[in-house]
Design a protein around this ligand. Structure first.
Ligand code: B12
Ligand code: SF4
Length: 465
């Protein structure tokens, strides 16, 4: 007899990171009792048609939902399956429903919402559905008739290995344009940045896989898929230096020939012993991504980043010494952010860019993502947040618009954003003259009459990097 089928849906999005959340919850389902199928909306010409085919006779549909654009697609998928497959139970999980369980239940028409870590809660729900029961009493989830108690997140070492056969790994490589595997070694974060939802969802808890487990899982995956790079998708991969060193040693010991990139905080980099960084470099570390957020110490203190500007340069120096590339993410336009602070952010971006072409910066405009102290404060001050799922779906529509950045500031930010890419790209004989002008512009924030911009756009993609 055919086993009951569980279908998991990843909404459409313009990015191609592997759907690790669905791989995680799918891997925790008892496969001797259930079949699991992941439908990735990003790969489907007609995701709804594909989903309707997959859910024909299915027991349950699980949908992962981030705040913003994915909500619109998640709603459309849910409505279609609800109408065509009335007996299929529908469950939403992930960051947005975790922050808005009641609103999600009321507006999306789903049967249950899973809050926070999803593996055990979802597995229990599926068992209940198979027995013809509902969600009442299942900790960590909410249903229309049952607001159950929360579930404490368990240590990730107690969860099963992620089963990558649930996704078409080769197709992901092809879409990414590189054989890069996404992998996550930890959950949660110990820090308290006030623009981030992690402290709310995981209560500043953190757990990380044992180094031997990380390396042996990667070894098996590498033998199967021969990827050339790994993108560690942890909130902060370098949380414990001894664990990081042990992961590096395990990778080295097994002769795994891939490079990797991972997320780092500037204070972690500054504290890290050179020997640990060196071990990581030998084990393939090629690039770190650092959420620097601001170049103003006052702003960093205000958002409780717990990072000092000196640590940023200490980390950058160390990375340069060891030949590790870096991407620094910066945010401008925090509520009421003064122009001096934006200038400090542009200034630090220029200093870091000047470390070399491998030191890149990305500038984002602040958005009040839900579940964060800054957003809560804005609400108290009367700032109109989106109301309901449909408004949250449109939340990211104009990413370069911010109510806290006026036209003059935006012109300066956009000018810098464009010219820094040209100015510090890897130099070539043809690029050099335009680069000199671009750097001169960035140094003085002079972005009018952008003739080089037209030339660079014409020469694209030679100016990427
Ligand atoms: C990879 C990643 C991306 C990828 C793709 C995400 C995807 N859909 O696959 C890309 C690059 C596209 C991306 C973009 C953005 N991201 Co992002 N991203 C991540 C990252 C680093 C890893 C996600 C991941 O795979 N985690 C591993 C899995 C196993 O964990 P998980 O996703 O939390 O899933 C668990 C639970 O949430 C739950 N669960 C999740 N889905 C479901 C579904 C069901 C049915 C159930 C039952 C349970 C469940 O169970 C899972 C296992 O425990 C996270 C940080 C992190 N480490 O989680 C941020 C994170 C998810 N991103 C975030 C943000 C803010 C963004 C951006 C908006 C902005 C930005 N500058 O990064 C953009 C735009 C996103 C959009 N709206 O389209 C926030 C989420 C905020 C929010 N409210 O949604 C996070 C948490 C980072 C942070 N701390 O702020 N991101
Ligand atoms: S921004 Fe990064 S370091 Fe800060 S709380 Fe969020 S995940 Fe942790």
């Amino acid at each position: 007899m055919a086993k009951p089928r569980i279908v998991l849906y990843n909404p459409r999005a313009p990015f191609f990171t592997m759907p690790l959340a669905l791989v995680a919850i799918g891997s925790a389902i008892d496969r001797s009792r259930f079949d699991v199928e992941i439908v990735d909306g990003r790969f489907e010409a007609d995701p709804i048609a594909r989903l309707l085919a997959a859910t024909d006779g299915a027991l349950c549909l699980g949908v992962t939902v981030l705040t913003g654009t994915p909500i619109g697609d998640a709603l459309a998928a849910t409505e279609a399956v609800r109408a065509a497959r009335p007996s299929c139970r529908i469950v939403w999980g992930g960051w947005h429903p975790s922050l808005f369980p009641v609103e999600t239940l009321a507006e999306s028409g789903v049967d249950a919402v899973v809050v926070g870590q999803g593996e055990r809660t979802f597995a229990e729900l599926v068992d209940r559905f198979a027995d013809g029961a509902g969600a009442r009493g299942v900790a960590g989830c909410a249903a229309i008739d049952a607001l159950n108690p929360p579930r404490t997140a368990c240590d990730v070492n107690d969860l099963p290995e992620h089963d990558y056969t649930l996704i078409d790994v080769e197709r992901h490589f092809a879409t990414k344009g590189e054989r890069q595997l996404d992998y996550v070694t930890s959950q949660g974060c110990r820090f308290r940045c006030t623009f981030c939802a992690d402290p709310t969802v995981y209560g500043r808890g953190w757990s990380g896989l044992e180094p031997v487990r990380v390396a042996s899982e990667l070894q098996r995956l590498w033998q199967r898929h021969r990827f050339t790079d790994v993108g560690f998708q942890d909130e902060t991969f370098f949380t414990h230096a001894d664990r990081t060193a042990a992961i590096a040693e395990e990778i080295l010991r097994r002769d795994l020939e891939f490079t990797w990139m991972a997320t780092m905080r500037a204070d972690q980099g500054a504290r890290m012993d050179d020997r640990v960084l060196l071990a990581c470099r030998h084990a393939g570390l090629r690039r770190v991504m650092i959420g620097l957020e601001s170049g103003s110490q006052a702003m960093l203190d205000w958002m409780r980043k717990d990072v000092k500007i000196e640590q940023v340069f200490a980390t950058a120096g160390k990375l340069r010494r060891h030949g590790v590339a870096a991407l620094f993410n910066l945010i401008v336009g925090f509520p009421d952010e003064p122009i001096e602070s934006i200038d400090a952010t542009l200034a630090i971006a220029k200093r870091l860019r000047a470390y070399g072409p491998d030191f890149q910066v990305a500038l984002f405009y602040y958005r009040p993502y839900p579940g964060t102290p800054i957003t809560d404060d804005l609400v108290r001050r009367g700032f109109p947040l989106p109301r309901g799922l449909r408004e949250w779906a449109a939340f990211e529509r104009d990413v370069s618009h911010s109510p806290w950045v006026d036209a003059a500031k935006r012109a300066r930010i956009e000018g810098f954003r464009f010219y820094q890419r040209i100015g510090w790209a890897r130099p070539t004989r043809w690029r050099r003259p335009i680069q000199a002008v671009a750097r001169w512009r960035c140094a003085r924030d002079v972005y009018a009459f952008p003739i080089e911009k037209a030339i660079a756009e014409w020469m694209r993609p030679s100016f990427r990097g």
